[in-house]
Design a protein. Structure first.
Length: 248
């Protein structure tokens, strides 16, 4: 099976490290290092490094009269903060914000940068791999169950039983399928949209040329990158809010 040429993987291969599609598909032969340096993992490390560097630069150059770079970061962080605040219960926001806001900010920046990275020739979006999106989803799922147990204790499980005792045999399976469906919804939506965008870009590049043919899809890809980030963050906040709210 042919795969696109990825610059980061080529650099690691030149350094003698097992990175690239060939090593990843034969990971049993090349060992754990081939899995740790799989294409989606390498690009994930790259995205995290970029975010950390940009954050350190923004932190080191805080001026009383902010410049364009500081303004951009402040606008991004403030927008995420306000969005988080508007989607969490107001009476619990002060308790939730110290942990939920950093988690949501990290997810939003990582997903957005990962989505946009695939628009650069020679790079791929880590979020176009189901392992990455599933990992992000499991963080959200585990954390909202943790919030439910933290704020409600064992009574959190009453939410799975429904309001009427004789409906318990129907409500429990329905709730289990509902929560399992959230895993599929969050992970496959993000993965499917990003993978289809990359496949479409590759097809148009081969059929129509390297310059103008993929341009409409690249513009659409920018929109998809922001929209899918927004949807993932919104649904995560909805799940967090639902876990701590009292059900009547």
């Amino acid at each position: 099976m042919e795969h696109p040429i990825l610059f980061l993987c080529l650099i690691l291969e030149k350094l003698g490290l097992p990175s690239g599609w060939h090593f990843y598909e034969e990971a049993e032969k090349y060992g754990v290092l081939a899995q740790l340096l799989a294409p989606h993992m390498v690009h994930s490390y790259f995205v995290v490094t970029i975010i950390i560097i940009l954050a350190l630069i923004a932190r080191s150059k805080r001026d009383f009269i902010p410049g364009a770079f500081q303004n951009l970061w402040e606008f991004a962080i403030e927008s995420i903060y306000n969005f988080t605040k508007s989607n969490l219960p107001h009476d619990k926001f002060e308790k939730l914000s110290p942990t939920v806001f950093p988690l949501i900010t990290t997810c939003a920046l990582y997903i957005l940068f990962s989505n946009l990275l695939g628009l650069i020739p020679g790079f791929m979006s880590p979020t176009a791999n189901i392992n990455v999106t599933l990992g992000l989803t499991l963080i959200t799922i585990v954390y909202y169950h943790y919030l439910g147990l933290k704020y409600k204790g064992l009574s959190y499980f009453k939410d799975f039983l429904g309001p009427i005792p004789w409906l318990i045999p129907l409500m429990v399976p329905a709730e289990i399928f509902s929560h399992a469906g959230r895993i599929l919804s969050l992970s496959f939506r993000l993965f499917g949209n990003l993978l289809s965008k990359e496949i479409l870009l590759g097809i148009l590049t081969m059929l129509g040329g390297k310059f103008f043919a993929p341009l409409p899809v690249m513009i659409l890809g920018i929109a998809v990158a922001f929209i899918q980030t927004f949807i993932f963050v919104l649904l995560s906040l909805v799940y967090f809010a639902g876990a701590v709210e009292e059900h009547h």
